[in-house]
Write a protein that binds this ligand. Structure first.
Ligand SMILES: Nc1nc2c(ncn2[C@@H]2O[C@H](COP(=O)(O)OP(=O)(O)O)[C@@H](O)[C@H]2O)c(=O)[nH]1
Ligand SMILES: [Mg+2]
Length: 285
């Protein structure tokens, strides 16, 4: 009995330390587990002012919702906005574009929160909250200081770049500098997430530029490109995409009666890659 008491006292003495160790282990395990579960995924959207982030994000979510709704009558594929602001923002952006106008510039940062449900490649139903954090270009320009916390925790990043900038021979020095600092920050955070680099406004490119986008980026932004390569070697995944959220073939204004099924391209591919899903397009679910 005495021995037992002595033992329990000894245990009592040790408990805080052991408990702390156990707690830390539990925390790590639950973090790993929850990131594996991936029921909430934050996607940080960054790029210079005017790069096309707001247009891309809102048109893309609208398109995703349309594709899911149009192609599924079993309710297995759904996209829902999680708050009124998100719903309103998408509606406003799409309405403006349909009227032949561009949305007004983002003031600070905007969060679009959606919940998507789908059947994954293993035939398992997945529900996920996606939070797109669309940062005003200013945050990006200020060497990404605001983004630090997000970058350290966010699983995935969408980098948006105006593809017409690729045509400039020496690259845009300002953009190159910021990009380098940002990539360094992402790299130092040691996150092995996915980075999608989306070149928007593809409708404004001539055929030659269009077909050589990746090469041009490599040539004109060599240090950013080699950073991406290096990050890839350290476990992060990186992929480039070409998109036109709003095809404006002749003028700089959106076509009246804009319809993302007809007047957009490359919207969904980055999301398919980031989420590792196949978005239905043919109605055969
Ligand atoms: N031609 C064309 N212009 C676009 C496209 N997306 C955006 N733009 C232009 O780029 C401007 C800035 O877009 P916005 O999404 O507000 O940029 P943000 O500052 O990165 O959010 C718009 O006002 C349009 O003039 C596109 O897909 N095609
Ligand atoms: Mg914006």
């Amino acid at each position: 009995m005495k021995g037992k008491q002595w033992d329990s006292k000894k245990n009592e003495k040790r408990t805080p330390f052991l408990e702390n160790v156990k707690k830390a282990v539990r925390n790590v395990v639950s973090k790993i587990f929850s990131s594996e579960k991936q029921d909430q995924q934050v996607v940080v959207v960054i790029g210079l002012t005017e790069a096309g982030k707001t247009v891309y994000c809102n048109v893309m979510i609208d398109r995703l919702r349309r594709l899911f709704n149009a192609n599924d009558n079993t309710g297995r594929y759904t996209v829902k906005c999680l708050d009124d602001e998100t719903e309103e923002r998408i509606r406003n952006v799409v309405t403006d574009i349909k009227k032949g106008e561009w949305p007004s510039p983002t003031v600070s940062s905007e969060s679009s929160q959606i919940k998507i449900a789908y059947v994954n490649k293993k035939n398992k139903k997945v529900e996920k909250e996606l939070i797109f954090r669309d940062y005003g270009g200013e945050a990006f320009e200020r060497a990404a200081d605001y983004l630090k916390a997000d970058i350290e925790t966010a699983p995935d990043i969408i980098l948006v770049m105006d593809s017409t900038m690729l045509g400039e021979k020496s690259g845009d020095k300002k953009f190159a500098g910021i990009l380098r600092r940002l990539l360094k920050q992402i790299d130092e955070a040691g996150k092995a997430g996915k980075i999608a680099l989306i070149f928007t406004k593809a409708d404004m490119l001539d055929e030659e530029t269009r077909s050589g986008v990746e090469k041009l980026f490599e040539e004109h932004y060599p240090s950013a490109f080699s950073y991406f390569r290096g990050m890839g070697a350290r476990g992060a995944q990186f992929k480039m995409f070409l998109a036109a959220a709003v095809n404006c073939p002749d003028t700089m204004t959106p076509p009246k009666g804009f319809d993302s099924a007809k007047h957009s391209e490359g919207l969904i591919e980055p999301i398919e890659w980031l989420l590792d899903i196949k978005v239905p397009v043919d109605g055969n679910l």
